[in-house]
Design a protein around this ligand. Structure first.
Ligand SMILES: [Mn+2]
Length: 289
């Protein structure tokens, strides 16, 4: 892809566009990640990989995924997902893993502390301007969703404040996120915003999330809608937003401004990559049963 710019002297300058690829929830599926990176010919020296969160858990190779992403950290943008927070909570608060958790090997690795602090550096909401053949595009990323009343600036500010708070005292603040008493906190609070950014799927008429429902769009009860179907502030500030978390959507929102990328790789479906410059999708079939 070539992008033509004219400088002040009016000489055409041809810039090679650095592709940005977003990948949906990897969840420890290293083989599929590797196959996808080969398919898109990913070059960590010049391309960017946007990771929609839930890097680990449920799939077989959480340690390999985390190590690989860490090894190319200068070329990745990450937002944290609920599984990433669960991993951090298990580590910092010495919680027992659930029987379906598959990330014990991370805790047995000699570089575990370095990897935990790497995850603690990551955002909940991220955005960047990219160059495409159609001009500059502003693209955002979140793991699950963004409350309807939040502008990009508000969401990114809250994300930054949340990250600072988490880094300052991971033990106490992770405990607070996972405390069920805080489940219904205001969407502008630390707990309420993190819950929405990392776990939202459907919302009621006021835009308040129900965290229990994980199914497809057909079976949503009448008083609820997918969070992205509410009139959102965020669409005014972005060309489009990429997100993961909701595998039952099978990658579809029917809205070009919201690109769903979790296609259930760890559940035997697919791992989806999206080239942000032209919204072309690259699909890898899951090797999981
Ligand atoms: Mn998730």
């Amino acid at each position: 892809m070539n992008f033509l710019l004219r400088n002040t002297l009016n000489y055409p300058i041809s810039l090679k566009i650095m592709p940005n690829y977003a990948v949906g929830d990897i969840q420890g599926c290293f083989d599929e990640l590797e196959e996808g990176l080969e398919l898109i010919n990913f070059n960590s020296k010049k391309d960017f990989l946007w990771v929609t969160g839930d890097l680990i858990n449920r799939g077989p190779d959480s340690l390999r995924v985390l190590k690989y992403i860490f090894s190319i950290k200068k070329a990745v943008h990450i937002v944290l997902g609920n599984h990433d927070l669960h991993l951090l909570n298990c580590f910092f608060n010495k919680k027992k893993l659930k029987k379906e958790d598959t990330f014990k090997s991370i805790f047995d690795d000699k570089n575990v502390l370095q990897m935990m602090h790497f995850l603690l550096q990551q955002d909940f909401v991220f955005s960047k301007k990219i160059f495409s053949d159609n001009g500059i595009l502003k693209v955002g990323m979140v793991h699950a969703g963004i409350p309807k009343m939040m502008s990009l600036k508000q969401a990114e500010t809250l994300s930054k404040l949340n990250c600072l708070k988490l880094k300052k005292n991971p033990k106490k603040n992770l405990m607070s996120i996972f405390n069920k008493k805080n489940a219904n906190s205001s969407l502008h609070s630390f707990n309420g915003s993190i819950n929405f950014f990392t776990r939202a799927r459907i919302v009621d008429e006021n835009g308040f999330p129900n965290f229990i429902y994980k199914g497809n769009r057909k079976n949503i009860s009448p008083n609820f809608v997918p969070w992205f179907n509410k009139k959102n502030q965020i669409t005014k500030d972005l060309d489009f937003l990429v997100f993961g978390h909701w595998a039952a959507l099978q990658g579809k929102t029917n809205l070009s401004s919201f690109q769903a990328l979790d296609t259930g790789c760890c559940w035997g479906k697919e791992l989806t990559f999206l080239r942000l410059e032209d919204q072309k999708r690259f699909i890898i079939e899951s090797k999981q049963k």
